[in-house]
Write a protein that binds this ligand. Structure first.
Ligand SMILES: [Zn+2]
Length: 115
């Protein structure tokens, strides 16, 4: 991930090369491919790499997964949860509805090791 796309609530994405920029104002053209076509998007919580978001996600994870020793880490442009003692990992998704009161859902991607 590029440095300019690590903070902030909004971003825009070039329609042609799909490069994301962390700016609210659409630039006149894409510096990479020269495209004039842009999408402006709301950044998802799980794509927002800030210490505040880390705290929020960890709090929600402890509640939802009912485990201790959880760690949150930001990689590949999104947040992940790891249960260090067992190696289990979850992908963090933005979600809404009564089953996700904190606005996050956790999708397990790595199972606990049996050892
Ligand atoms: Zn582009």
């Amino acid at each position: 991930m590029s440095a300019e796309f690590s903070e902030g609530k909004y971003y825009c994405q070039c329609v042609d090369c799909e490069r994301k920029f962390n700016i609210q104002e659409l630039p006149p053209k894409c510096p990479l491919c020269g495209s004039y076509r842009w999408n402006r998007k709301n950044k998802l919580n799980t794509e927002t790499n800030t210490p505040t978001m880390e705290k929020k996600i960890l709090k929600a994870a402890h509640k939802a997964l009912k485990r201790r020793n959880l760690t949150a880490f930001f990689e590949h442009g999104q947040w992940w949860i790891e249960h260090r003692p067992s190696g289990a990992q979850w992908s963090v998704c933005d979600a809404s509805g009564p089953s996700c009161p904190d606005g996050f859902d956790f999708e397990q991607v790595t199972q606990e090791s049996e050892d």
